[in-house]
Design a protein around this ligand. Structure first.
Ligand code: FE2
Ligand code: FE2
Length: 197
């Protein structure tokens, strides 16, 4: 069986997700997870046995079935797990997908550093897009970590974004909120072309 690489993840995404903004959310999370892989490695943290590329792959695929499951929330991730059966996927990667929609699927409580990192950055990438889009230039390069943090405290701004996911970073991944925002923003800025911003 073929391995689940970034390339195969992109193919799956393009097959199953037509909305360009949704795809970009998946790319943003992929690039962010790969930046956190580097951060943890520099800190000599226990990161498990997956490679940087596999962290990115999981980010790309965490919402890959969302367009096809959006009317049946408890199916989100279950469909992706079906697609995984066509590939040779290490259990650690399967587990991340199982944990991603656990509130609905009850498949697996997030546990590993990667699983919790995904939890903490998922909404944040969308929040950063919202901060970018209110700038006159609408460019990621003009976003400052301080303005993300400031908007984060304004409850009226991007109301739909659940802040509690990001707020658990200190407790769950031992990353302070400043580092969480800086690392995510930098990863997105470095990939602004892919993200169209
Ligand atoms: Fe999701
Ligand atoms: Fe997501």
């Amino acid at each position: 069986m073929e391995k689940l690489t970034v390339e195969n993840a992109n193919k799956l995404l393009i097959t199953h997700m037509q909305n360009q903004n949704l795809r970009r959310h998946c790319y943003a999370v992929g690039k962010t997870l790969s930046a956190f892989y580097d951060l943890y490695k520099n800190q000599n943290r226990e990161i498990g046995s997956l490679s940087k590329e596999q962290w990115e792959t999981i980010g790309i695929l965490h919402d890959a079935d969302w367009e096809e499951t959006k009317d049946v929330p408890e199916k989100h991730t279950v469909l992706t797990l079906e697609w995984f059966k066509e590939y040779d996927v290490p259990e650690e990667m399967v587990n991340v997908i199982k944990s991603h929609n656990n509130k609905m699927t009850h498949l697996r409580e997030p546990e590993t550093l990667l699983e919790w990192t995904l939890e903490c950055v998922d909404e944040l990438t969308g929040f950063i897009v919202a901060v970018t889009l209110v700038l006159p230039s609408k460019k990621l390069e003009d976003v400052k970590p301080e303005s993300v943090l400031k908007k984060f405290k304004q409850k009226e701004f991007a109301k739909a974004v659940d802040r509690s996911q990001m707020e658990q970073c200190e407790e769950k991944i031992q990353v302070d909120i400043n580092t969480l925002v800086e690392t995510t923003l930098k990863a997105m800025q470095e990939n602004h072309e892919l993200l169209g911003l």
